[in-house]
Design a protein around this ligand. Structure first.
Ligand code: LLP
Length: 420
């Protein structure tokens, strides 16, 4: 459920009519709903209520806006970060260092050091090599780094191949059959407090079976480690729960996920950790755009909107579907291609889509754009960075300014020796 609803023929975000935001902030603009974010955060937490003190770390990559992170910190969420930049953000937004988990296959020396200096809660180590590097830094600092070892369970998440992470050929985690040996070796390092296992098999999962298969393997590994004398007190089950991108699409509810996890982990005797991203933020945001023109096509018209693949990359990158709706629908429908202004054919949001009839100047939204939307924006074609707005009841705030192409150019120089 979200808080983007039509009232008297106009689409509102909570109690704010979207035409007002378009007028005052301009388009394209991401609009997030505070009530929806809070609702999703609570629904996910409630789904895990049978577990003993689960730790929930929002996957910052899904929506790193400082206001969004602050709101989630207020809900008791921690953060799952994958770079020094995300770590800095999470801290700046008010997340407690001990509630932060550092994931990622390529943490640099400087990033490992930053994590240690900030006193973060857990490093999710993705390789033996990374473990030894962290151990050496920790020793130098006279610290012990709390760590989970991320395993690659070789499970097909049955999602888009580019966001599938748990198959043996993927770069993530250590192979399951080597995990016990690596864990045991790293546990001997005085700089490391090896305390758990982490797993994350992919994103936008449409069914729970692959997760169940992966978690089953983690459970068996925990038993094996304990039998071998290792201590295991934590298990991080990652993120991955999918969200509906098409009206009417059925996906497993957080409650079903929670029930599955509760059943599977009953005798694990660990503190469970989670890294949800999309399920919290996805349906809490829309990308508001204005129609530039309707161009006659050979079979169908091209609806050219002012948002483009640099603002919302998912359709171009993954062929992803985002529902598209007029802000003030007339009730009339047509079939059209929806495209942005960027100079490549990949800048296509939809082909042959049944949509509301729209005219130049009209407003529309791409739905389910709150996760992996603004965060993946670029300034390609010198279009600048898209703005972001957070609505709360009948008020809203611009939570990220539009960064104009000119401001980006301010960081560029032409060396003297090129100026004749
Ligand atoms: N934990 C780890 C280690 C991850 O790599 C990810 C996502 C998550 C948690 C959060 O997963 P979620 O709950 O959001 O599914 N840009 C792509 C999605 C990439 C996901 C990367 N990792 C997209 O737009 O679909």
């Amino acid at each position: 459920m979200d808080h983007f609803q039509h009232r008297d023929g106009i689409l509102f975000a909570e109690d704010v009519p979207l035409p007002l935001i378009a007028e005052e902030v301009g388009t394209p603009v991401y609009v997030y709903s505070r009530a929806t974010l809070v609702r999703h955060a609570r629904v996910f937490r409630d789904a895990l209520s049978e577990l003993k003190q689960p730790h929930i770390a929002f996957a910052v990559k899904a929506n790193p806006n400082l206001a969004v992170l602050r709101l989630l910190a207020n809900e008791g969420y921690g953060a799952d970060v994958v770079s020094g930049g995300e770590l800095t953000r999470a801290l700046k937004a008010g997340m407690k260092p001990e509630d932060i988990v550092f994931s990622g296959v390529g943490k640099t020396h400087a990033e490992l050091q930053q994590g240690l200096e900030e006193g973060i809660g857990q490093f999710n180590i993705e390789s033996e090599e990374e473990g030894y590097e962290l151990a050496a830094i920790a020793r130098r600092f006279g610290k012990r780094a709390a760590c989970a070892l991320r395993v690659n369970p070789d499970v097909d998440a049955r999602t888009h191949e580019k966001i599938s992470t748990g198959k043996r050929e993927n770069k993530f985690g250590v192979p399951l059959d080597r995990a016990a040996a690596i864990y045991t070796a790293l546990a001997k390092e005085e700089g490391l407090d090896m305390r758990g296992i982490a797993v994350h098999i992919g994103s936008q999962l449409a069914d729970l079976e692959p997760l169940e298969a992966a978690f089953g393997k983690v459970g068996a590994l925990i038993k094996e480690l304990r039998a071998g004398g290792c201590s295991v007190t934590h298990a991080d089950l990652g993120g991955g729960l999918g969200v509906p991108y098409k009206a009417g699409e059925e996906l497993p509810a957080p409650a079903e996920y929670g029930a599955m996890v509760t059943r599977l982990t009953r005798d694990w005797n660990v503190q469970l950790m989670f890294e949800p991203g999309r399920v919290i933020a996805g349906n809490a945001g829309v990308l508001l755009t204005r129609v530039i023109r309707v161009k006659r096509g050979i079979e169908r018209p091209f609806l050219v909107v002012d948002a483009a693949m640099n603002d919302l990359a998912r359709p171009a990158m993954y062929g992803a579907w985002h529902d598209f709706e007029a802000v003030e629908p007339t009730g009339e429908k047509t079939i059209a291609h929806i495209v942005g202004p960027i100079c490549e054919t990949g800048d296509t949001f939809a082909m042959d889509r049944k949509i509301d009839v729209l005219a130049p100047g009209d407003l529309a939204v791409f739905r389910t754009a709150g996760a992996y939307g603004a965060t993946m924006a670029s300034s390609y074609n010198s279009r600048g960075f898209v703005a972001e707005v957070l609505v709360d009841g009948d008020r809203y705030a611009v939570v990220a300014d539009r960064i104009a192409a000119g401001a980006i150019m301010d960081a560029e120089r032409v060396p003297d020796w090129l100026i004749g």
